[in-house]
Design a protein around this ligand. Structure first.
Ligand SMILES: Nc1ncnc2c1ncn2[C@@H]1O[C@H](COP(=O)(O)OP(=O)(O)OP(=O)(O)O)[C@@H](O)[C@H]1O
Length: 690
């Protein structure tokens, strides 16, 4: 690595570092000019309505925001020197043989690029070129920054057979930076196997199985940013969405995409997606499991169509002095034909009057009349026709329907016949029938059923791309809810079977993808860990045979020693020992997470307060001043801290309804640390870890 021992001066015009700093300086100036240009755009003369003006104004504001020069975010992090000129397609107008790779495109006054967006085709080479396959690269240069200042660079002469492969110190330093604050982007250090997933084709759904800390979340977020760059028109219009397990997790990741210049990606939990009813109740694990079972989709389909009845009397429509009659068998044919089609219930209901009116029109024509479309519309709106449609194809209110299904055992029995056995029906039936949709104690699983019923009535609009993180915890019915939000788009499904902690957790990815409506999607595996030190992941992986027998343990790029401490303490000494461990961790740089069983949270809230140790709740940003977070085990998923103090593993395991889920919860807790993990226990450790 080249790091100048003494500061460079103007006299060092030939010093390569000096030249790179100059390029940084002029790139920043160019970015400023681009921003000023955007700010000075005057749209007052642009013709158009107030609405189009407003849209244009918003677009310009977004562009200005995207062109912000963030002081601590380097404008470029790499340079590529090609052996030959790059073809026009790939270079995106860059034309030359040398490219600076950064977070966004920056061009000079005449439009020549000074920094190329990391997502441009030519940048792919930066992430993928290797000594084995140099991809026409003579030199790959990585830059090191200290507080926004370019202070070092490092070269790999990939096409020089005499040069030996060396581990990159800058890469290692970047990956090993202490963690404070929210999740950061990884554009400077995306690894080749991650890049393959990031740039996978937009039309296909990708599923990533990866051990803790292998970068699944990071890859998913960079993939949306990449897809928005490569398919901006289509995706910006259709919309993109990142789905995470809870709001703490979403706040932890919410700044990554804006830092990459993408401000328009929506974020939500599955619960928020299906929030059509107010969730106030909880289900037993058994009831929730059955309600989340994919078989419920057929039960609901039957329930929605349960009201369809065939007419018993002919339809008589009066027009002027004449009466037109449609016999029962004709009406029956129309309704049966419609019921046999795979159209949404609501769409069918809307088309039924026209179909009936059409049959009446045919009668008129046979009688020698020449009715036109207006007559058909009038017949369709006739009182007699509306009454018939209401009786034979009644409107369905999805929430009321689900409420009825759960409250009326006979109705449930009819819809679930041959699908759910009696015991299963009893398990999901409400003990007390609820009076109304508003007052019913809806549960999270009920809300998903309502969402399914809504979709049976009216098609749910599809987005362009959906990233589903921590997917392993979704029930089949939740997968369906996500799947209908990307029927015409694609998805990135991220998860780890070993971290599934719901009673219905995913057992196999092909099955999950089937429920998502993306059967046959590619399943990729990431196995290199970037978070958890080798020692710690090896320890946690001892649980794998019990929690996910088919999965191989992850490796880690962090090989540092002394990252794991396990301490057994005597009776009544645990809380004090935990507080001491927290103080020790806080004496070092970076964030500290104290993970405790949910039931022990109040105990530690009091203990920390009593000891004068200020602490945050998960999802609140850690800062240099506030670095300790008290994390209930149930919220630890997806988060990370430099140092983790884990209190009483046996209590974490005991907090779950069954042993395997308990060990999985513990596996999640054990894999949150970046630099060091301290496990403190009074009770015996689970056998696998003893
Ligand atoms: N290529 C990379 N360069 C630098 N840091 C990386 C890279 N890949 C992942 N990381 C970092 O490793 C940490 C773990 O990544 P991430 O949270 O995406 O993993 P995960 O697989 O989603 O983990 P979990 O299963 O625990 O949710 C993050 O701090 C992330 O920024």
């Amino acid at each position: 690595m080249h790091s100048p021992a003494t500061p460079t001066t103007a006299a060092d015009a030939d010093d390569p570092l000096r030249r790179e700093r100059d390029h940084l300086h002029s790139s920043r100036a160019a970015l400023r000019t681009m921003r000023e240009d955007a700010e000075s755009l005057d749209i007052s003369d642009v013709a158009g309505t107030w609405v189009t003006q407003q849209v244009l104004h918003d677009q310009i504001q977004r562009r200005i925001a995207a062109l912000a020069d963030l002081a601590h975010t380097p404008l470029f992090f790499g340079r590529l020197d090609f052996l030959h000129a790059v073809s026009g397609d790939e270079s995106e107008g860059a034309g030359g043989e040398r490219f600076y790779i950064g977070r966004r495109h920056v061009h000079d006054a005449v439009g020549d690029p000074m920094v190329i967006d990391w997502r441009a085709p030519v940048s792919q080479t930066f992430y993928r070129a290797s000594r084995k396959d140099p991809m026409d690269i003579a030199k790959r240069r990585r830059f090191g920054y200290t507080g926004g200042e370019l202070t070092a660079y490092e070269d790999e002469n990939l096409s020089d057979p005499a040069e030996h492969q060396q581990a990159s110190a800058l890469l290692a330093a970047e990956i090993e930076k202490p963690r404070v604050g929210p999740m950061r982007d990884i554009v400077a250090t995306i690894q080749p196997e991650q890049d393959e997933i990031v740039r996978a084709d937009v039309s296909g759904t990708v599923c990533v199985q990866g051990a803790p800390g292998t970068g699944k979340t990071a890859v998913g977020l960079h993939r949306v940013a990449y897809l928005l760059y490569a398919h901006r028109e289509r995706l910006a219009k259709a919309g993109t969405l990142v789905i995470g397990p809870n709001s703490s997790f979403l706040s932890y990741i919410e700044q990554v995409l804006p830092a990459l210049g993408e401000l328009e990606v929506a974020q939500a939990t599955v619960q928020e997606l299906v929030a059509h009813v107010e969730v106030r109740g909880t289900d037993s694990a058994e009831a929730a499991r059955i309600k989340g079972d994919a078989r419920l989709a057929e039960v609901l389909r039957r329930a929605v169509r349960d009201g369809i009845t065939l007419p018993t009397e002919p339809l008589v429509v009066t027009r002027g002095s004449r009466r037109w009659r449609l016999p029962v068998y004709e009406l029956t044919e129309i309704i049966e034909e419609l019921a046999g089609r795979e159209v949404r219930y609501g769409a069918a209901m809307e088309s039924l009057p026209q179909r009936i009116a059409h049959a009446v029109l045919v009668k008129m024509e046979h009688a020698g009349e020449a009715p036109d479309d207006r007559v058909q519309d009038a017949v369709a709106r006739a009182r007699e026709v509306r009454a018939l449609v209401k009786a034979c194809w009644p409107p369905v209110d999805p929430a009321k329907l689900v409420l009825r299904l759960l409250s009326e055992p006979e109705f449930l029995a009819r819809c679930a016949e041959g699908i759910l056995d009696e015991q299963e029906q009893r398990a999901i039936a409400r003990p007390k029938p609820a009076r109304s949709v508003k007052t019913a104690p809806w549960t999270a699983a009920d809300a998903v059923l309502v969402d399914e019923a809504r979709d049976l009535v009216q098609r749910t609009p599809s987005l362009g791309h959906v990233v589903l993180d921590e997917a392993q915890d979704l029930s089949p019915m939740q997968y369906r809810a996500v799947g209908r939000r990307c029927t015409t788009g694609s998805a990135t499904v991220l998860g780890d079977l070993a971290q599934g902690t719901t009673p219905w957790a995913t057992a196999s990815w092909p099955e999950a993808l089937h429920h998502l409506g993306k059967a046959g999607a590619h399943v990729e595996e990431l196995t290199t860990g970037f978070r958890v030190p080798e020692q710690v992941i090896a320890y946690a992986s001892r649980l794998l045979p019990a929690i996910a027998p088919g999965l191989a343990p992850a490796t880690s790029i962090r090989t540092g020693q002394d990252s794991l401490t396990i301490r057994h303490v005597g009776a009544d000494e645990l809380v004090a020992a935990v507080l001491t461990a927290c103080r020790e961790a806080l004496a070092r740089e970076g964030s500290t997470g104290l993970i405790v069983a949910d039931a022990r949270v109040p105990l530690f809230e009091a203990a920390l307060a009593g000891a004068g140790l200020a602490f945050l709740t998960p999802g609140t940003e850690t800062t240099a001043e506030a670095r300790l977070t008290l994390v209930p085990a149930s919220l630890a998923k997806g988060l990370e801290y430099d140092y983790v103090v884990l209190d009483e593993p046996a209590a974490v395991v005991a907090g779950e309804p069954d042993g395997r889920t308990g060990l999985r919860r513990l596996y999640v807790a054990l894999t949150r640390a970046v630099s060091g993990l301290t496990v403190l226990h009074e009770q015996p450790l689970p056998a696998q870890l003893a």
